[in-house]
Design a protein around this ligand. Sequence first.
Ligand code: BES
Ligand code: ZN
Ligand code: ZN
Length: 504
Amino acid sequence: MADKAAHESEMKVLARKADPALLEADLVACFACEGDVAPRGVQDAILRRELAAEMKAERFAGRMGDALVWNADGRFPSRRFLVFGLGPPERLSLETLHEGCARLIQKAERLGAARLGVGLPALEDASPAEAVRAAAEGLHLGAYRFERYLTDARRRRAEVAVVELATSQGSPAALRGAVERATWTSRAVALARDLVNEPPSRMNPLRLARRAQELARQAGIQARVLGPQALRRLGAEAILAVAAGSAHPAQVVHLTYRPSARKPRRRVVLVGKGVTFDSGGLNLKPGSGMLTMKGDMAGAAAVIAVMGALPEAGCRDEVHGLVGIVENMTGPRAFKPGDILRTLSGKTVEVDNTDAEGRLVLCDLLAYAVRQLKPQAIVDLATLTGACVVALGPRCAGVFSRHDKLRQEILEAGRRAGEMLWPLPMVENYLEQLQQGPADLKNVGGRWGGAILAALFLGEFVPREMPWVHLDIAGPAFQENETPPWPVGGTGAGVRTLLRWLER
Ligand code: BES
Ligand code: ZN
Ligand code: ZN
């Protein structure tokens, strides 16, 4: 099977100022909230009246995902109209519009519409361009499928080829810009999902490193791969230890984006955990906990996908992407509880649990970033702890930082992107739990507050004054159940937030 992106959405999205009544399509969708008597964003009096009558006759409730089809019988350019529910009006926002559009595209596929029109509702605290972007990203991401291993019957049958978004306001340039932003953003998210969804024996460390190189070449950014020899020379003993039980050697990929014209605003490093499979190592995970561990490279996938989109995003920062790619296995040379590692920073770490491997990979990358790149900001992404999933559930990432300004920037980018992020504290007092035993640090502490302990461990490899944010994406990176707008499997968590943060 070819080693290329499994899913490239061919769907074309356009946006213009128009009334949905005038759109030429197989199906035109308009939205309504709970309690609405008519669809939103429809000015045309006749269409509005007809749809309102239909909503009343069918007792349309307007709950998220509710759908009502109406045949226009040749009285409008579109043969059919669809009224689509967006839920309670007080929750109408960029986020619910995004979700509604992700659900809508799936409905439109089931109805066999090749050309879809969508009338967008007005939002209170968002511009028409922002609404267009949220909607277009919802449509693209709702249409995402990972189907390259399905041989026939369950493959999707119909695909929507063209979507035309109609808004009541907005300049053509602003609307076109919003659609473009949505296109490269969604492409990056789909890429991150594809990388995560590939089965673990295919997406092994060497393959993932090669894919990163290939994507860098396509995007026109620089890529350098550090194999075991280079890592040994650097003294990256922690990364090497995690890979030791695997047949696949450790790989670090260093991607570099430099803005073309002007002097960069600042230097940023993105760090990603790329454990292509986490068996737990000798502290073996139980079968149930292992099933989703092909997703333990989601941080690296997000970093690779974001880096590839930076040229199109017109990013003004110099951005370095560092991904540490290993497989955590139990082979004869596997690292063991009780081992003491000399990390790249020079600090020594006693391995108390081989399943706390992510922090070992990241600590060498963080030290490398600090020493070699002297950045103004570091953000790391990692499916780091089950404890973070216990704390925040499957949709929300944990945000750790000692730097209020950078944390605020990331939280704000997440809000605009519609990704759920929540700050968790770095309780400095707990650090003592890691400062025990024969080495400078242990890789695990006590039973409680596991996500915080992991963040504190990482913090020991970043100078206090350096702006650094750690995102624990263990919950949102991988979904075990379908929860629209997210599919089962990889979600691309973090990609939209980072692109909102870094784009021009
Ligand atoms: N990759 C896991 C964390 C994880 C768990 C991600 C569930 C996604 C879903 C990580 O390497 C791990 O195993 N962490 C341990 C740490 C413990 C041994 C201190 C954990 O969370 O149990
Ligand atoms: Zn683990
Ligand atoms: Zn892990």
